[in-house]
Write a protein that binds this ligand. Structure first.
Ligand SMILES: [Zn+2]
Ligand SMILES: [Zn+2]
Length: 255
């Protein structure tokens, strides 16, 4: 499996980094993780054919993770897609995503391909393409919004994911609420941590890396203004033998 960082930026729009998004390239299946504002350009930038994407998994619905979906589906249509597109989404968000697409004037009868919703429930492992296992667990990123539930007749939900592939595991935090969320999968041995670095500090992160013994960490969701300081902190961590890397757009690793 190959992992590509399509975007490594935070919620702040940047000319240096696209919003956070990953591409997992399996044997014959490409899974996009998040499709925020500008995702179509991020895919162009990384030379990824829109119609090579078989499925999209969403972590949560903030615009930097979600609102590029309508534009991306329109690109797929303009490039004559015929194969179905799977959308892996928290079960209580299916209706919201469906109505968002309808409001983008994406009408099922006018499409040459099907959009197949694959709802997941919190804490229930599911499998993509018979080879990638995904365990979602709710983190505290959107906990502060729960008191505004009257604006969302269902829920506010953000997930971190544990991906298992051929006995190896990647933990992807996605956007979190605090460093405590890094312990959501503490009973598992993790090979690679991909962590956001907007809502936690590098010192909180390094504590958790030591505590949970993450052997290798990639940082994403990086704000331009924080980059120089982060790079310096990472140099110090490497001296103390903590393996952390600031990811860049288009960077890949084999897994
Ligand atoms: Zn974000
Ligand atoms: Zn967010």
């Amino acid at each position: 499996m190959k992992v590509t960082f399509l975007g490594t930026g935070s919620g702040k729009t940047s000319l240096k980094r696209f919003h956070s998004s990953l591409l997992f390239s399996l044997n014959d299946y490409n899974l996009l993780i998040d499709a925020g504002d500008g995702i179509s350009r991020a895919l162009l930038n990384a030379n990824v054919n829109y119609n090579s994407i078989n499925g999209i998994l969403f972590t949560h619905l903030h615009p930097d993770h979600f609102t590029g979906l309508g534009a991306l589906i329109v690109q797929m249509k303009m490039f004559n897609r015929v194969g179905p597109l799977e959308i892996y989404i928290y079960e209580k968000y299916v209706e919201d995503v469906n109505s968002f697409l309808l409001r983008c004037n994406i009408i099922p009868e006018k499409m040459d391909f099907k959009i197949l919703y694959k709802p997941f429930s919190d804490k229930d492992e599911f499998t993509v393409n018979d080879e990638l296992k995904i365990l979602p667990r709710e983190n505290s990123h959107l906990s502060g919004l729960k008191r505004y539930i009257q604006y969302s007749n269902r829920t506010f939900y953000a997930a971190s994911f544990l991906f298992s592939h051929q006995n190896k595991r990647i933990l992807y935090t996605a956007d979190i609420g605090s460093a405590d969320d890094l312990g959501l999968f503490k009973e598992f041995e993790v090979d690679v941590l991909i962590s956001e670095i907007t809502h936690i500090t590098i010192s909180e992160l390094s504590e958790k890396i030591k505590l949970f013994r993450f052997p290798k960490t990639y940082l994403t969701h990086i704000t331009d203004g924080d980059e120089a300081e982060l790079a310096q902190s990472i140099k110090n961590l490497i001296i103390s033998e903590i393996k952390v890397e600031l990811a860049t757009d288009k960077q890949t690793f084999e897994f």
